[in-house]
Ligand binder design. Sequence first.
Ligand SMILES: Nc1nc2c(c(=O)[nH]1)N[C@H]1C(S)=C(S)[C@@H](COP(=O)(O)OP(=O)(O)OC[C@H]3O[C@@H](n4cnc5c(=O)[nH]c(N)nc54)[C@H](O)[C@@H]3O)O[C@H]1N2
Ligand SMILES: Nc1nc2c(c(=O)[nH]1)N[C@H]1C(S)=C(S)[C@@H](COP(=O)(O)OP(=O)(O)OC[C@H]3O[C@@H](n4cnc5c(=O)[nH]c(N)nc54)[C@H](O)[C@@H]3O)O[C@H]1N2
Ligand code: SF4
Ligand SMILES: [Mo]
Length: 782
Amino acid sequence: MSAITRTPAFCTQCRSRCGCVAVVEDGKLTGIDPLPGHPSGEKLCPKGRAAPELVYHPDRLTRPMRRTAPKGAADPGWEPISWDAALDEIAGRMATVAREHGPEQTAFSVTTPSGTHISDSISWIERLIRAYGSPNTIYGTEICNWHKDFASRFTYGTDIGTPDFANTDCVVLWGNNPAATWLARSVEIQKAMRRGAKVIVVDPRPIGFARRADQWLAVRPGTDQALALGLAHLLIEGGRFDRDFMTRWSNGPLLVRRDTGRFLREADLVAGGGADVYLAMAEQGGLLRFDAGRGVWLDEGLPALRAERDLDTPDGPVACRSAFEVYAAAASDWPAGRVAEVTGVPVEALHKAAALLAEASSVAYYAWNGVGQSPTATQTDRAISLLYTLTGSYGKAGGNVPGGAASFADISGGDLMAPEQKAKALGLSERPIGPGLSGWVTARDVWRAVLAGDPYPVRMLVSFGTNLLVSQPDGDLATRALAALDFHVHVDFFENATARHADILLPAATSWEREGLRTGFDASLEGMRQVQLRPAVIDPVGEARSDTDIVLALAKRLGLSDAFFGGSADAGHDHVLAGAGLSVERLRAAPEGVTVPGSVALEAHAIADGGGVPRGFPTPTRRLEVYSERLHAHGGAGVPAFDPAVLPEREEAWPLRLGSAKTVAYCHSQHRNIPSLRRLMPDPILEMAAEDADARGLKPGDWAVVKTARGRAVARVSIIRDLEPGGVFGQHGWWVDGPDGSPYGRDHPLAANINATIDTSVSDPVSGSIPLRCSRCEVERL
Ligand SMILES: Nc1nc2c(c(=O)[nH]1)N[C@H]1C(S)=C(S)[C@@H](COP(=O)(O)OP(=O)(O)OC[C@H]3O[C@@H](n4cnc5c(=O)[nH]c(N)nc54)[C@H](O)[C@@H]3O)O[C@H]1N2
Ligand SMILES: Nc1nc2c(c(=O)[nH]1)N[C@H]1C(S)=C(S)[C@@H](COP(=O)(O)OP(=O)(O)OC[C@H]3O[C@@H](n4cnc5c(=O)[nH]c(N)nc54)[C@H](O)[C@@H]3O)O[C@H]1N2
Ligand code: SF4
Ligand SMILES: [Mo]
């Protein structure tokens, strides 16, 4: 009789992190089942269910290997080596680069915790990189999560927060398709709809929730900023926003100088005045002082949200406008008619969406890749965040609520790197308030450093996952740079297209083969209370090791164990958990997880700290920032202002817009080798409107080639009803030969890598994001 065990766990394959039960028979993982009762455990998707196919795939890496053939050879000539030999060599090379050239000359690349198993280990990997001293990690954040998690701080001082879909009156999905990318959230939204919550979807594609939404806004790719400004204009013009919230909690009343674009400060008006004391007009006339350091108004009176006034300073009169006035003026550049022209969203739809937002008692939203992969992504995030601010829902029940349910220590090591090392991040001088501040750099900047030594050489690359030749554009540049590296290490489950260029390949254990700690499951606020230490449910396949173990082994060899809790993952996890009154021991005894007694604080900004003063928001003005002096000071605009000229123009040769989106079957460049998933989506598809296909003699299922000024990629035509003609959508991540040897392997002339078509010469000036969603192309029959 076979021994079957069923262990509570959670899937790490994507951002959903679904609670599940791992079924193990005679030591082998045979499947995963839902775990009802777990905050994200109601359903599982095909990728999760395919776990055994991934774990026991014949192509899994099972031993460390060293290249024996020269770079560029068709066969790398992999030769198995021992773990000790591999780790000694890697740590030795890292130490040599650090000693002889500086640790910044070793770059790292780390795959996304939102679409891979790496989320178990990400903090440990970042800790290693920072303790070692490299400010250069290719993290893809500028085309993934940076805008919702960091550009949002220009407005909120925090990330986008957790949408409280369970209690909201209105769900807004803006460039985010959780039905394909975040199952547990999709389940929450369906429940909200059954409860009667309204739904607004902003997406050029008629995705599932768009078809069922109260209002679908089929925005033209790349024009979301105009749409958000136009909606804000309708709300402001009609007085249909939360005026009280904006007055109390935003920096809208604070006066901005027209001459410098900086806030007017007390020090501007009187000698010895406070530099951190801002001014506003009172509704009754006269000036009011706001001390941002203490978070209190120094004068009695109601600040005016809308004000415009010339003020006398020792240097003469200065024209000033309230921050809200500056924003209202920027929004008024976008009357409904102009918005409709630029975004393609009809005027009636705009009015209906504005009414839904105005009438909802609470609004919860999420905005992600659809608005984060463009050269205007930072200001687009600003425009959406400000529109959201107008609803007054931020931080409230039924709104987006920042923070966790308990206090957990961050072990990702941001504090371990010296400021002079942080300052060396590649691209930081061009983008001084972007991802480089956290040590996250673009792939392009690293390739340039490798090839041209600009601004200094990068000699070594250590990759924990990632498939940069496919998931990013600039493949030719990348290929040359990979060949030019002195030393290249790649840690993965498989030898992917990029790993093939490495000098040493290390086999990573999947999350089923290792422990994983998760402090909060953010499908819901309730889920944020769940803390779980997933046990390893099976033994590692072959000699595979967890990324955390690899990090600890390298740290030890580099003499960094002191910074790694004496080399013990348990000690590190205990440190994470201590503030919440939890421990590894307690969690190991409860694999289904524990619920912390606390909860995510609602309206944390109104909670009074010492002295009875409400905390406010963690921004320079302690208020939600309608006007961002920081963005203005770094060459950006203090309020969003969309210039349609940033979008590539329609040319005769390139009449169609080209975008991309994710499919439920795969994560990025993974999973094409998993038979059950490949059956769901056998070939790369290109979504088209029937008119565009007809005009090119294309029928559903035909192979077509997408051409841009940069490159080409093949895909099969799929006709999408209700898609606006003039735009097509592909899928990124195709590189591997199919099980049937389909004709689009990486080196085949018919390669299906859509990123080969992307031009990266124009990028977001703050974050470095690139136009993965809004380039120009033509489509032809193959
Ligand atoms: N199945 C699956 N799930 C995943 C992943 C995966 O690869 N596969 N990856 C994970 C990761 S790393 C991430 S970052 C998330 C991303 O999750 P999502 O943000 O949901 O990802 P996408 O499907 O790429 O983009 C969302 C939507 O943006 C729309 N869109 C395209 N262009 C525009 C535009 O210009 N404006 C607007 N408003 N919308 C636009 C697309 O039509 C699409 O429906 O998913 C995570 N989950
Ligand atoms: N055109 C276009 N391009 C895009 C996007 C798009 O929407 N359109 N989306 C972008 C986004 S949002 C992202 S996040 C990036 C993703 O880009 P990448 O991070 O490069 O992701 P993948 O291509 O899936 O490669 C992940 C690799 O990591 C391995 N891996 C998985 N789990 C682990 C683990 O636990 N440990 C280790 N060591 N390895 C592991 C996988 O086997 C795989 O080989 O792609 C971006 N590229
Ligand atoms: S939605 Fe994501 S986390 Fe959930 S089962 Fe699928 S792959 Fe796993
Ligand atoms: Mo991502």
